[in-house]
Design a protein around this ligand. Structure first.
Ligand code: HMG
Length: 385
């Protein structure tokens, strides 16, 4: 039985900052940010948005009257959750009108959470072929104003429906993974912003890729020639390239050039949004399917990396007719219709938070799902009509 991704939806906030303007405000050569880091725009979430609202927005794009009642598992991968006890998925039950006979929970392991969810969903559907699973990656990536990581911030969510006979991507059930206690990036419970040993995190990312790629080739007796495209976790667009570059000179030049070309297609959306943390690999997949030359039966290698750290490489195959199940025009239109805000406005939004009992900050809501109030420390959400 084939199991994999049947539907894919993406949401990013409607406001962004221009990375050149950020560089100017920080007195940095813009080329460092646009070429050295490889970013162009950065999503800025509004005061009424968080991991719950963005997860709801993305999931709302993949759920319909037919598939909603077939969902038997709801997993949210996030490292930006709003509650230490209640899972993000619990808030989604009524917001998305999900059936009650589901297992709904949250997974945290930095940017790896959604991949853990996807693999769990694969097993669930393999054992329960009449059911579907909803896996959502939702995060706000924040390092803080004037930090080295600031240029790599971002926000957004990706939702996937996993089912038998999927319409987009068939998972091969081939994967290798590794975990290690690493201090490359962390966010203690008291902090809204993450801490990173930036250069060390880059090194660990590349080391995990190199180790896993060797393991994958040995375990399944494959080489780069067996793959049409390699997709990477994209904390910033230069990062995946650093990993891909380890293959230069190790594989035929034309194959390397093809993989680089496909990688460029996979980073187009991330360049204009920033790091989605656990959604980034899957935004890369969407970007490749929308902007690349993806064809039926193309073989993909996907490298997932979550700081702390867990890494996994798995493979998948593109399904014929996948393009009918991704609304490319809608995604492009949404990205193009966002509003640019100034660096000063971004700084002001960054420091604001909805307080207990205060609703005055919610004068304008431009999205379907929003945080409507914090009452007695409980977050309450609503839908706009
Ligand atoms: P930095 O110290 O500001 O930058 O930190 P740099 O000095 O390393 O320069 C960056 C690049 O720009 C270099 O290129 C420079 O040469 C180049 P590279 O050597 O890397 O190829 N450069 C220029 N290029 C053109 N014109 C110029 C110019 N000047 C310099 N004028 C860093 C950069 C990414 C470390 C920082 O932004 C950071 O700490 N980011 C956050 C951590 C991060 O994203 N790590 C990635 C790996 S870990 C991961 O992916 C997991 C994560 O997503 C979290 C999770 O799992 O939840 C982060």
């Amino acid at each position: 039985m084939d199991v994999g991704i049947d539907r894919l939806g993406f949401y990013t906030p409607k406001k962004y900052i221009d990375i050149v303007e950020l560089a100017q405000a920080r007195d940095v050569d813009p080329n460092k940010f646009t070429i050295g880091i490889g970013q162009s725009k950065q999503a800025v979430p509004d005061i009424y948005q968080d991991a719950v609202t963005m997860a709801a927005e993305a999931a709302n794009r993949v759920l319909d009257d037919d598939n909603r009642n077939e969902i038997g598992l709801v997993i949210v991968g996030t490292e930006s959750s709003v509650d230490e006890s209640k899972a993000t998925s619990a808030f989604l039950m009524d917001l998305l009108d999900l059936p009650e006979d589901v297992r709904a929970f949250e997974i945290k392991e930095a940017c790896y959470g959604a991949t853990a969810g996807l693999q769990m969903a694969y097993n669930f559907v393999a054992m329960n072929p009449d059911k579907k699973a909803l896996v959502i990656a939702s995060d706000i990536a924040r390092y803080g104003i004037k930090t080295p990581g600031e240029v790599t911030q971002g926000a957004g969510a990706v939702a996937m429906i996993v089912s038998q006979d999927p319409h987009i991507l068939k998972l091969d059930n081939k994967s290798v993974y590794m975990s290690r206690n690493v201090g490359d990036f962390w966010r203690p419970t008291f902090s809204k912003t993450a801490f990173a040993r930036g250069k060390f995190s880059n090194e660990i990312y590349v080391e995990f890729f190199t180790t896993l790629w060797k393991k994958f080739q040995a375990k399944y007796n494959v080489t780069a020639a067996d793959f049409d495209t390699m997709l990477f976790h994209i904390p910033y667009t230069k990062m995946g390239m650093k990993a891909l570059r380890t293959l230069e000179g190790q594989i035929p030049d034309d194959k390397y050039a093809e993989l680089v070309d496909h990688y460029q297609k996979s980073i187009e959306f991330s360049r204009n949004v920033g790091n989605l943390y656990t959604g980034s690999l899957y935004l890369g997949l969407i970007s490749y399917l929308v902007n690349g030359d993806a064809k039926a039966n193309d073989n993909l290698m996907l490298f997932s990396y979550g700081s702390g750290a867990v890494g996994e490489i798995y493979s998948a195959k593109i399904v014929a007719g996948f393009d009918k199940y991704i609304d490319s025009d809608f995604i492009k239109k949404e990205l193009n219709n966002r509003k640019k805000i100034s660096v000063a406005d971004y700084e002001s939004i960054f420091s604001k938070e909805l307080e207990n009992g205060d609703t005055t900050a919610l004068s304008t809501v431009h999205d379907k799902f929003y945080l409507s109030e914090i009452k007695e420390n409980e977050r309450l959400y609503k839908l706009t009509n």
